[in-house]
Design a binder for this molecule. Structure first.
Ligand code: GLN
Length: 551
């Protein structure tokens, strides 16, 4: 029987609800429970795929090709369960589904309303996310409700989960609320009033939280905890202090030591062995004790908001853990780079060009790829980073001086990167897709498998096959591959189905470590083992660093 924990947030956004939810999930998983996480987003976009990374941070992609909130990345990095399309939905998706039913006449002439039609739909989506009625049904589904309590837009979600917990009966659902206690320097006090008000707001809706996770820049003294308990009707042991910590991996233990997982299991009548936290303790130990450092330049367009590259950042740090070093990431705006100032990249041990869209800043990325190739600096190009490396190689090595991608120059005479249906003389076996005007849904998304060529860097990392996740429209044009190969580019992986280029690299006798991948390996990196491609990139960067300091 699947039980639920609903996680809400109050006072302000950005309290770390995703990390808190993922940490609770990790604790429950370590107690032997089958757990999943579901994220509800209260905006009207059907998914975050069409949203600017500046607005929303990274779009996280699941194996089944869903474009989701970046919190799903935290979930997959914190727990064993894998996320699917059903683990994240938005108000937009709910309304889309309700309106489609209305058009089909499914509501039999009734007036379609927020309550009950929208709220029922939300409950159905939540149950689907929990796998109820399928073989995938979990013991506990932790449902994180986006937004802040008191917002108009998240009301239907709160109403829906209140109804769901009522319908399921006692001990089937628990409510956890994240709140914020500001420190007033002048008064020398942590203030509890906003917390009192946000819980009042919840209780008005009919939700009595079982636990409050009190975020603050410091620990909450017992006196304030008692006061909060009294005013919010949450038992004193449910008022949990969640101060800022220097690494997110400390959060599971922080919550466990204050009894959060015990409290939830009591409430849900779950009898389990105690939580096992050894792996988290080891991780915290490793994070706190690096044996050295490495400097990586990340050259991209969305550098103002580092959340835009959340999973890449995490993957680099994981690879640092694997190599026992701290990874210092410098974000460099590719728009500021040109051949006249590119030598500033000399200061770094490795260069990474992450994914991106659109023409702006792309020439700076091409110069970056050229700098890394000629300067023999380890280079990892991800998605767009592979495409710019291919363009750069075509222009400066293969003699295709005006090579470009049709994304940046639609009429280019030398489209080494293009949409499949822009490939002239494309081999008939390639399935053509068209880029229609519906921006959502025209991309190659999700996991796909490729064969890897022997005796390549990719083969040393992945073995004979690689399965990674994708999110892109443009592809290396098959009609130029022979020319690129003849000039010395190694095409080291091609998709099994359509023979699309997945990995390009330079031979190791030409360059120590130069790899571009069309997929997004960062989505599958975890703090436990890192990701083999990132591990290898960091390792190569460390070798570069050692060589530099020796010379
Ligand atoms: N803009 C490129 C494409 O659509 C690369 C996408 C990406 O880096 N995710 O193919």
């Amino acid at each position: 029987m699947t039980k639920f924990v609903f996680v809400t947030g109050g006072v302000v956004s950005s309290l770390g609800k995703g990390i808190a939810s993922a940490s609770l999930a990790a604790l429950l998983e370590s107690r032997g429970l089958k757990v999943t996480l579901i994220k509800l987003d209260p905006y009207l976009n059907v998914d975050p795929g069409t949203m600017s990374p500046f607005q929303h941070g990274e779009v996280y992609v699941t194996d089944d090709g869903a474009e989701t909130d970046l919190d799903l990345g935290h979930y997959e990095r914190f727990i064993e369960a894998r996320m699917k399309k059903a683990n994240n939905f938005t108000t937009g998706q709910i309304y889309k589904s309700v309106l489609e039913k209305e058009r089909r006449g499914d509501y039999l002439g009734k007036t379609v309303q927020v309550i009950p039609h929208v709220t029922n739909e939300i409950q159905d989506f939540v149950k689907r996310g929990a796998g109820i009625g399928t073989r995938d049904a979990v013991d506990v589904a932790i449902v994180e409700i986006g937004g802040t309590v008191g917002d108009i837009e998240s009301l239907p979600f709160l109403e829906a989960v209140r109804q769901l917990s009522l319908r399921m009966g006692p001990n089937m659902a628990a409510f956890v609320h994240l709140t914020y206690l500001p420190w007033l320097g002048a008064a020398g006090e942590l203030k509890t009033k906003p917390t009192q008000h946000t819980v009042q707001k919840l209780r008005e809706i009919g939700i009595q939280p079982d636990a409050l996770l009190c975020r603050a820049d410091r620990r909450i003294p017992d006196e304030e905890r008692e006061k909060i308990s009294l005013f919010t009707n949450v038992a004193a042991w449910g008022v949990i202090s969640m101060p800022d910590v220097d690494t997110i991996y400390k959060v599971p233990r922080l919550l466990h030591e204050q009894g959060l997982d015990g409290l939830i299991c009591d409430k849900l009548r779950l009898n389990t062995p105690p939580a096992k936290l050894a792996r988290w303790d080891n991780l915290v130990q490793a994070v706190g004790n690096p044996q050295g450092e490495v400097n990586i330049a990340m050259v991209g367009k969305y550098v103002e908001l580092s959340d835009s590259y959340k999973s890449v950042n995490e993957a680099l740090r994981h690879a640092g853990l694997k190599n026992h070093v701290q990874v210092n990431i410098s974000y460099i705006d590719s728009e500021t780079l040109s051949s006249s100032n590119i030598s500033q990249l000399d200061a770094y041990d490795g260069i990474l060009v992450p994914g991106g869209f659109g023409q702006r800043g792309v020439e700076g990325k091409i110069s970056t790829a050229q700098f890394a190739r000629e300067g023999k600096v380890p280079y990892l190009g991800i998605c767009l980073g592979m495409q710019v490396a291919t363009i750069e190689f075509a222009r400066h090595v293969a003699g295709l001086a005006d090579a470009n991608s049709t994304e940046f120059e639609p009429d280019t005479k030398t489209p080494v990167i293009a949409l499949i249906d822009e490939w002239k003389d494309a081999d008939g076996t390639i399935q053509k897709r068209s880029a229609n005007s519906d921006l959502g849904g025209t991309m190659r998304l999700g996991a796909q498998t490729s064969d890897v060529r022997k005796d390549t860097i990719a083969h040393a990392i992945y073995g004979d096959v690689v399965t990674e996740r994708h999110r892109h429209r443009y592809e290396a044009n098959v009609n130029y591959l022979d020319q690129l190969r003849d000039a010395g580019l190694v095409i080291s992986a091609l998709t099994q189905r359509e023979q699309l280029t997945e990995v390009v690299e330079l031979p190791t006798n030409v360059h120590p470590w130069y790899v571009g991948v069309q997929f997004h390996p960062e989505f599958k990196s975890t703090p436990w083992d890192g990701h083999p491609l990132f591990n290898a990139f960091i390792k190569a960067s460390l070798t570069q660093r050692a060589a530099k300091s020796a010379s």
